[in-house]
Design a protein around this ligand. Structure first.
Ligand code: ADP
Ligand code: ZN
Length: 534
């Protein structure tokens, strides 16, 4: 007798095993999948590599098998759509994407598959989903009961407090207004409490289940070092700990990307530049080589990385300070996705603090927005200046409690600290005595240390009462004091030459009401360099 087809199961675990070939769900996946497959809304916060895709793919398949039709996945990343659709089709799941890379004919074919309800998952960019034409198609599916689910990937893009705001995401609230009965799942790898609240309200997910996974990436070792001679520091780090490894070096400007890549290559470390100013073909070529070849270092602006899934990135180095902790977490999170040991390394100095403060001050944003940005920067600075476990601080920022990790610079080498309260007061009073003029860090430190330079002679600063009162401390210690004072907002650096002046809050420090504990700078054989503290 003819064999009857076995009806495909809509049980999530069976789907995981049969379609994806995995024995079990990880972490909170099982709860999430159950909740969404059953028609609930969800906000999923899971670190990169945690397995977010299955959280909507399995429910999409389950609901499709129950006759609910098509799941629409909103994603801003064309490369990612492409990869996922390929992998799904290979696993026998009917999936497709609609984006600008398709010809008209291809797009029409995908639309026919979608409108028939045969498609299990449809990936589309947010700007397409909110067009009247696409919404009319969704209306038709919805009327026929064939709209199974909405998944909104990279959901932090809806918040301007996040690190990657995209205005197109704001339009996605229409999905709830228009199709209130269709379950929605929003997913992101980064969101502090502020951003999280924003996602919930802007996507009208107030009643959604919120599923937060641990954000810990235990295999990543965090290092933050004082910027001294950044290139030499980087080279030493790469040679000593990452010879032959693939990694990413982040710089803020295109120019610095180019220069650093060229310099590393000259030093015998294979490196490629990547930034938005490069010709698209060349950019793609560098990206492909980085993914395909072994042991390449990508020197890049933050334009590089979104949606790049290279499992064996062994280190992420920052030569410049990221904007905030979310960015730091996101960027460093590209290391060690295979679970093997990896390092996140950053150099950080006075100029970084000054630059980031200035970028906020000079931006055309509203005062409210700037206030939030400043608070976020302050949290990052506190992480950079911390003497205690970096991971505890990092996770704490995302609302997660943890114990000292044993796998960060501060845990491995608890830094000695010194009481810099007096030094801070000396610094502030020296800046005060310069009035009405103001000077940069280099000159200030020369005066404190009693160096008789031409500039000191020119301004008669050897007669100041603060001349030479800091001969007992090294230049590096003074830089560290000054950086703290700028980081804490007691000193402001302004103008083309970063000249220093006192903020109102300096008064409390001068009166001895604020005490300052600083780490003792690591001994370095590096020569003192010129300039304002790189
Ligand atoms: P994210 O989108 O959160 O960065 P992915 O969805 O790309 O993560 O998943 C990361 C990797 O983990 C993928 O290779 C995926 O196949 C794998 N993975 C996810 N869930 C499981 C699971 N339950 N069992 C085994 N592998 C899994
Ligand atoms: Zn630690």
């Amino acid at each position: 007798s003819p064999r009857l087809p076995v009806p495909a199961s809509s049980n999530p675990l069976s789907i995981l095993q049969e379609v994806f070939g995995y024995p079990a769900f990880r972490g909170r996946q099982a709860e999430i999948v159950e909740h969404v497959a059953g028609g609930g809304d969800a906000l999923v916060l899971m670190p990169t590599g945690g397995g977010k895709s299955l959280c909507y793919q399995v429910p999409a398949i389950a609901r499709h098998r129950r006759g609910c039709g098509v799941a629409v996945v909103v994603s801003p990343l064309i490369a990612l759509m492409h990869d996922q659709v390929g992998a799904l089709e290979e696993a026998g799941v009917h999936a497709a994407f609609l984006n600008s890379t398709l010809t008209l004919e291809e797009a029409q074919r995908v639309e026919r598959e979608m409108m028939s309800g045969r498609l299990v998952l449809l990936y589309a960019a947010p700007e397409r989903v909110t067009t009247p034409r696409f919404l009319a198609q969704l209306d038709s599916l919805h009327e026929r009961g064939l709209l199974s689910l909405f998944a909104i990937d990279e959901a932090h893009c809806v918040s301007q407090w996040g690190h990657d705001f995209r205005a197109e995401y704001l339009g996605l609230s229409v999905l709830h207004e228009r199709y209130p009965g269709v379950p929605r799942i929003a997913l992101t790898a980064t969101a502090d409490e502020h951003t999280r609240a924003d996602i919930l309200s802007r996507l009208a997910l107030e009643d959604a289940g919120v599923f937060i996974s641990s954000f810990d990436r235990p295999n990543i070792r965090y290092h933050i070092v004082e910027k001294d001679n950044p290139r030499t520091q980087l080279l030493r780090f790469l040679r000593a700990e990452h010879a032959g490894d693939a990694g990413i070096v982040y710089c803020q400007s295109r120019k610095k990307v180019e220069e650093t890549a060229a310099w590393l290559s000259d030093e015998g470390i294979p490196a490629l530049p990547y930034h938005a100013g490069l010709d698209a073909g060349l950019r793609q070529q560098h990206q492909d080589r980085f993914l395909r070849e072994e042991g390449l270092v990508m020197v890049a602006t933050i334009a590089f990385g979104m949606g790049i899934d290279k499992p064996d990135v062994r280190f992420v180095a920052h030569l410049d300070l990221p904007k905030n902790i979310e960015s730091y977490y996101q960027e460093t999170g590209r290391a060690g996705r295979d679970g093997e040991p990896a390092q996140a390394w950053m150099t950080y100095g006075l100029a970084d603090v000054v630059n980031q403060r200035r970028m906020i001050d000079d931006s055309p944003a509203t005062e409210d927005f700037k206030r939030v940005q400043r608070a976020k920067l302050d949290a990052l600075l506190a992480l950079a200046e911390a003497h205690d476990c970096r991971r505890v601080r990092l996770l704490g920022y995302f609302g997660e409690d943890s114990e000292p990790c044993g796998n960060c610079d501060n845990c491995l080498n608890p830094p000695a600290t010194w009481d810099a309260t007096q030094a801070a007061r000396k610094t502030l009073s020296c800046i005060y005595r310069f009035r009405p003029k103001s000077f940069g860090a280099g000159h200030l430190i020369d005066v404190l240390r009693g160096k008789r330079t031409d500039k000191v002679a020119q301004y008669g600063h050897e007669t100041l009462s603060t001349f030479g009162i800091g001969a007992d401390l090294s230049e590096q210690q003074w830089r560290s004091v000054l950086r703290q004072l700028v980081a804490l907002g007691h000193v402001v650096a302004e103008g083309e030459f970063n000249t220093l002046s006192l903020a109102d809050s300096a008064r409390a420090v001068l009166r001895g009401e604020v005490s300052l504990q600083l780490r003792v700078p690591a001994e370095t054989p590096l020569r003192a360099r010129a300039g304002a503290g790189g």
